[in-house]
Design a protein around this ligand. Sequence first.
Ligand code: SF4
Ligand code: SF4
Length: 207
Amino acid sequence: MSLEQFKNRNVGTQNYTTLDLGKSPETGMEKFTQVIKRSLKGELFVGLGVVMRTMLQALFKGDMHTVKYPFEKMPISPRYRAIHDMLRLMESGNYRCIGCGLCEKICISNCITMDTRYDENQRKEVSEYTINFGRCIFCGYCAEVCPELAIVHGPRYENASEQRAGFSLFEDMLTPIDQLNLQQEYDGFGAISPNADENIKKTPLAY
Ligand code: SF4
Ligand code: SF4
């Protein structure tokens, strides 16, 4: 196409096809007739048939396509980044968290606040640990970086709350000691890959 044809703005010379839309209804009766004609077409009964078939399958065959939330919940992917959990050591019940502070450092929303102290055995322990879930963007970096698999993204995805601080304390996220035997090893974001041993490379000695 030449430049001259592009510059031609005279659209009146082109061939347009005029659609025959018929006469617009004017009286109330004409409008009513048009609505009935447009509504009662075959597609309506096809749709009703599909609804009836699905409803009867759900009623008599138990073939449900919905879940009764919140009484029923869909399983979520292990890689889903939900509300954090703090895990314990299965053997002793102690916190896995060693207070290294890596999660606090890497958090890009700056929403982890923690403090540590020395216990009576001069062992470092976490004295304060909070996550502000009003700021957290659930990026998963904290779970990824934790060397002890202490902080993980658990299965709780209902994070609506009347107060932002509702879920933020260490104790809220920690596995209750009386439910230690129910604690699941985490296979989601930041977990050790099944072939982690093979991936470890020998460190060349510098001397
Ligand atoms: S990275 Fe893990 S071990 Fe280190 S302070 Fe955070 S939760 Fe604790
Ligand atoms: S998921 Fe991301 S934003 Fe939330 S606490 Fe962990 S590092 Fe911070």
